[in-house]
Design a protein around this ligand. Structure first.
Ligand SMILES: NC(=O)c1ccc[n+]([C@@H]2O[C@H](COP(=O)([O-])OP(=O)(O)OC[C@H]3O[C@@H](n4cnc5c(N)ncnc54)[C@H](OP(=O)(O)O)[C@@H]3O)[C@@H](O)[C@H]2O)c1
Length: 209
């Protein structure tokens, strides 16, 4: 099985890469040095059995302070890059496509306009692509992490805040490898789930984002 993974050097992407490789899946990594998803691009794709689109960026700003270019970059990297890549990849019959979403694909918070817009739109794209690609038995789903324990999360939060989150999330902070395991399941065993947003957040959304 050959699968394309974007954002494979990131906190979540590297854990997904590790889980896929443990199952002997041949992973073609696409990183920002090869393709910058903030712009249009070209690729020469060999036929593959799946895609995990994990590239993503976030800029936190109130609506009246949003920089136009940053807003466009967030949409390009988080949403249009995913759609553009799907258009350019040759998927074998029965492939699985996974978009890494977020709780911001259905919820929001002040200051998250661009990010929320991009992830809500990504979910819309997932549902539509699921319908349009079903003729070739291609399944398209979104895996939405909650608060994930990555080096960046540790860097951006004090030990006290991490402890607080661990206590307030029913199952504690989600480990990045759990996101990878859900991707492995979808990639290797899924024949009936399509157009869905699978939330992997340790119960975080149950108690309010
Ligand atoms: N961390 C969380 O708690 C959390 C929660 C919910 C959802 N998510 C989602 O999970 C995904 C991965 O997040 P992360 O926490 O692992 O973030 P991260 O460590 O910052 O990784 C982001 C990845 O996106 C790639 N990327 C950024 N800009 C790009 C561009 N212009 N072109 C191509 N690739 C680009 C980066 O590639 P390079 O390394 O090559 O630059 C990097 O590998 C994102 O979609 C994010 O929205 C994360």
């Amino acid at each position: 099985m050959k699968v394309i993974l974007t954002g494979s050097k990131g906190g979540i992407g590297s854990a997904i890469l590790n889980e896929l490789k443990q199952k002997s899946i041949d992973v073609v990594e696409i990183n920002s040095s090869e393709i910058d998803f903030s712009k249009d691009f070209d690729i020469h794709s060999v036929p593959v059995d799946g895609l995990v689109y994990c590239a993503g960026i976030n800029h936190v700003n109130a609506y009246d302070e949003i920089d136009e270019q940053q807003m466009i970059d967030v949409m390009n990297v988080n949403t249009f890059g995913f759609i553009r890549l799907c258009k350019k990849i040759q998927f074998n019959e029965g492939s699985n496509v996974i978009a890494i979403g977020s709780l911001y694909s259905t919820e929001t918070k002040a200051g998250r306009l661009s990010y929320t817009m991009s992830k809500h739109a990504m979910y819309g794209a997932v549902k539509t692509l699921a319908l349009e690609m079903a003729y070739n038995k291609v399944k398209v789903n979104m895996v939405s992490p909650g608060f994930v324990d990555t080096p960046l999360t540790r860097k951006n939060n004090t030990d006290e805040r991490i402890q607080q989150l661990n206590n307030s999330i029913p199952l504690g902070l989600t480990s990045a490898s759990e996101i990878g395991k859900v991707c492995v399941y979808l990639m290797t065993s899924n024949n009936a789930i399509t157009g869905q947003n699978i939330i992997v957040d340790g119960g975080y959304s149950l108690v309010g984002v």
